[in-house]
Design a protein around this ligand. Sequence first.
Ligand code: PHE
Length: 348
Amino acid sequence: MSELKKLESSCLLEIANCGDLKKLDALRNVIFGKNGEFTKIVAELRDLNDEQKRKRGSEINLVKNNILDRLSAKFNELETRELNRKLASEFIDVSMPPRPDCSGKIHPLTKVEEEVVRILSSHGFEFADGPEIESEYFNFTALNVSDYHPARTMHDTFYVHKLADDEGRRLLRTHTSPVQIHAMLANKPPLRFFSLGKVYRSDYDATHTPMFHQIEGIMIDKSVGFSHLKWILLDFLKKFFEVKELQMRFRPSFFPFTEPSAEVDINYEIKNGKMIFGSGDKWLEICGCGTIHPNVLKSGNVDTKQYQGVAFGFGLERLTSLKYGVLDLRGYFESNERWINSFGFSAN
Ligand code: PHE
C-alpha cells in the first residue's frame, strides 16, 4: 500500500474511533496542522516535476477531501451527541414545585391591632384619631392633670420645643387619652369611640420602650357607668384571649381623668411555661379605666348635667406580649428579621 493510502486509512481509523470533540480537534491538527503528517506529504511535492506534481497533487487532494469529509461528519455526529447529552442532563422539570417564596410576616402588633379593632368595632366603637404631637393643654390640662403632676416633668415627657402658646408647650403625647377630648369636641354625645396609636415616654428597658402603643375607649351617654365598662371589658378580654371563662377584678386606682378609677386584673395560671388566662388563681393587671371626671367632660364641651362617661386604656404591646409570649418589648421595634420570622404571622 502506498504511503498516502496508509496515511489515509490510519487517519480514517483514528477519526472513526474518536469519541470526543476536543480530541477530534486535536486530531485535525495532527493531520493538517503546520507540522501535520499531511502537510509533510504536501511539502514533498516541491521535489517533483510538473507532470508528477499534477498526478501526485490530484491523488493527495482526493485523500485530503475524503479525510475532511469524514472529519466534518464526525464533528456533526459528536456535536449532536453532546447536544443530546446536555438536553438529557439539563432537563427542566416544569412540574417541580416552585422555590419556597420568601414572603414577609405580619408584625405581631399589626396582628393584635387588627384583632382589637375587630372586637371593639363589633361593640359599636368608632375609630377616633388625634395628633402624636400634642399640646400640654390636650395631653394634660384638659384631662384634669394638674400642673404639678409628676407625669408633666421632663423625665416622662418628650417636649418638642419650649415655646408655649395658650395651649402650652408642644410635646409627644404620653398617652392616647387626649383623643377623648378631640372626640368629644368633634361629636355630640352619645359617643362611643376608640383610639389606637403611638405614645411616647422617656423610658427604655426590657419592659419599657420610649415609643409604644395604647388603645383608648370612651363611652358617653345619659346613663353609662361601671356596669357597662365591666361588660365591655369582660367581653373584649374573653374574645381577645379566646377563652370562654374569665375572672376579672376591679382594683381602686387613681387617674386624674377618671373618678372613680380602677385597674382591671384578670385571672391566669402557668401551665407548661405558658400563661393560661381564665383559669387559676393568679391575677394580672391588664388595663386602667374609670368614670370620666366631670372636668374632662367639660373640657370636651359635654353637658355634665345630662351626660356621663366611662373610659378605658390598654397597652397594645402588653396585650400582644401576653397573648403571644413576647418577653422583651425592645424586640418589637428593632426590625430584626429573625425576630419577625419567629414572632410574625403569615399573611394568609
Ligand atoms: N391614659 C392612661 C395611661 O396612660 C390609661 C387610662 C385610659 C386610664 C383611660 C383610664 C382611662 O396609663
